[in-house]
Design a binder for this molecule. Structure first.
Ligand code: MLC
Ligand code: AMP
Length: 497
């Protein structure tokens, strides 16, 4: 990852990170990252890919710790700061993290690990950092760098292991495609345990020697205030965020609207991704900001693969064309390339594709064809040279607010509720969230959804909790006894709330 630090070393006095009124230079970032590396190494020469789980709020310390882990030769495992303990525990246990780094705010949540003799528990505070003495290990491209968790067609989330080489390829592609430079200034409002926030926004900006301004948690007013300050050049978000920004904009006075529009006009690039961008949102945003949003397509396992052009026509409803150095093909059920104009599964090959699902050999094997193409499960068609997403091959994957959610994972948890005999979870279309998680329940008695939500939120992140419930006497099943999810979706859509 030396190239990631290269610009930073070249421009030591430049502002790397801004958090509210505080600014941090690249020199401070490099220095703190090296001190974190020293702290983690604790006298060792190399962490040799030990997993280091860390729970820190987005901002300067977060990046310093992540860079420190990479410098010390560890594998970074970011922990989502809004997860309840069982979800955190799953990640720590699944990665067999040997080191746990926590900010003060999360010490209490993670305290069982402070008593675990197999783990090193580090209470992070930059006061405790000491200057790095000696050399840092030299890290080859093939070595593991990061594990991000993604939900899929299995009930348990899978850890996606990327190497230093993978991450570098993912960043390089985007630097070139979207023309990042050291003059850029971007806002980071996305969570950092997913590629959109950590690769597309933070790592690309820092690779280019630009400034990242953290606005966390997301709040539309603060986003507009930050843009009104006049420094922002690049902005990236999921469609739900654009939807929320539009709603907020519409509630503003005419005077404020004019000021916001003028400052948005000055940005050089606005990107949308992680979920389908509704054409209505794209058109409304064009009216407000003067920008045709650049829509692109990616996945935790592959980084970004397909993008509308930086220069050239950005087509509403389309994800664009394959990015440089990313091979993309559309295939039928037999892995044969489809004829021109026919729909097929998107498969991807290239240096930005992940190495493996951590500890899950079988799942890794199943995810690739025998000749090394990663099977995304997304179905698309090419029209006039632009890819258009048609859907997914699995009804059990839900995208809500840009988060990928497994219906099976939610069903597993729901089935543990003492009153629930059976259940079926689906995603139903929603303008704001893309899809909403909806659960059909068979229970001895109707449950209070408020109580059920409280019970669920102790066991899973808020964004996975169902937003609609339907109490049924039986679930729609086919002749094989399998729940017919499309029937269930219809039931939700047809049943008034
Ligand atoms: C939260 N709420 C939801 C919800 N999530 N309601 C319906 N569906 C959901 N999915 C509810 C909360 O319970 C709460 O209600 C209210 O909305 C506000 O909650 P919040 O947590 O404060 O929401 P907010 O901060 O507004 O979050 C919205 C968001 C967030 C869009 C900022 O969802 C987000 O950060 N999404 C981005 C995810 C992301 O980075 N994905 C990229 C994956 S990588 P109440 O009633 O409880 O108060 C990838 C690859 C690629 O996909 O291509 O990029
Ligand atoms: P994740 O596993 O969270 O990385 O989510 C990746 C998935 O998000 C992809 O497999 C797609 O289904 C979806 N996705 C990402 N970008 C887009 C987009 N622009 N349009 C539609 N779906 C998208």
């Amino acid at each position: 990852m030396e190239l990631l630090f290269h610009q930073a070393i070249q421009n030591p006095s430049k502002i790397a990170i801004k958090v509210q009124e505080k600014s941090f230079t690249y020199s401070q970032l490099i220095q703190n990252a090296k001190s974190v590396a020293a702290l983690l190494l604790n006298g060792k020469a190399d962490l040799n890919e030990a997993r280091v789980a860390f729970m820190i709020n987005p901002g300067f310390d977060y990046v310093a710790v992540q860079w420190g882990i990479w410098m010390a030769g560890g594998v970074a495992v970011p922990l989502c700061i809004t997860y309840p303990f069982p979800s955190i525990q799953y990640v720590i246990e699944d990665t067999q993290a040997e080191l746990i780094v926590t900010a003060k705010e999360y010490e209490e949540l993670l305290k069982v690990y402070s008593e675990d003799p197999t783990k090193r528990f580090i209470r992070f505070s930059d006061d405790s950092l000491e200057e790095m003495q000696g050399d840092l290990p030299s890290i080859s491209y093939e070595r593991g760098a990061m594990i991000l968790y993604t939900s899929g067609t299995t009930s348990l989330p899978k850890g996606v292991l990327t190497t230093h080489g993978t991450i570098e390829a993912q960043i390089r592609t985007l630097i070139k495609a979207w023309k990042w430079t050291a003059q850029d200034h971007t806002i980071c409002l996305l969570p950092l345990h997913h590629v959109h926030g950590i690769i597309n926004v933070v790592s690309c900006a820092l690779w280019a020697g630009a400034t990242v301004e953290f606005v966390h948690p997301f709040d539309a007013r603060t986003v507009f205030e930050t843009i009104l300050s006049g420094q922002v050049t690049v902005f990236m978000a999921v469609p739900t965020i654009y939807f929320k920004l539009i709603s907020y904009f519409e509630s503003e006075s005419d005077l404020r609207k004019t000021a916001i529009t003028e400052s948005l006009n000055k940005l050089r690039l606005m990107v949308s991704g992680s979920a389908a961008l509704p054409v209505s949102v794209m058109e409304k945003w064009k009216e407000i900001s003067g920008h045709y949003l650049l829509e692109r397509y990616g996945m935790t396992e592959i980084g970004m693969a397909i993008s509308n052009p930086y220069n050239g026509e950005r087509k509403a409803g389309y994800i664009g064309q394959p990015l440089a150095d990313v091979e993309v093909r559309l295939v039928d059920e037999n892995n044969q390339e489809v004829k021109k104009g026919e729909p097929g599964e998107i498969q991807v090959k290239g240096p930005s594709v992940f190495k493996e699902y951590w500890g899950k050999n079988e799942a890794t094997q199943k995810a690739f064809t025998s000749d090394g193409w990663f099977m995304t499960g997304d179905i698309a068609v090419i029209e006039d040279g632009y890819f258009r997403i048609l859907g997914r091959d699995s009804v059990d994957i839900i995208k809500s607010g840009g988060y990928k959610i497994s219906a099976l994972e939610i069903e597993e948890v729901l089935r543990k509720h003492p009153e629930i005999q059976d259940c079926g979870v689906v995603g139903i279309p929603d303008e704001e969230w893309g899809e909403l998680v909806a659960a059909a329940l068979i229970s001895a008695q109707d449950l209070e959804s408020k109580e059920l939500n409280t019970w669920l939120r102790e066991r899973m992140p808020a964004y996975k909790t169902p937003r609609r419930y339907l109490f049924l006497n039986e679930l729609p099943r086919n002749a094989m006894g399998k729940v017919v999810k499309n029937e269930l979706k219809k039931l939700f859509i047809e049943t008034p709330q």
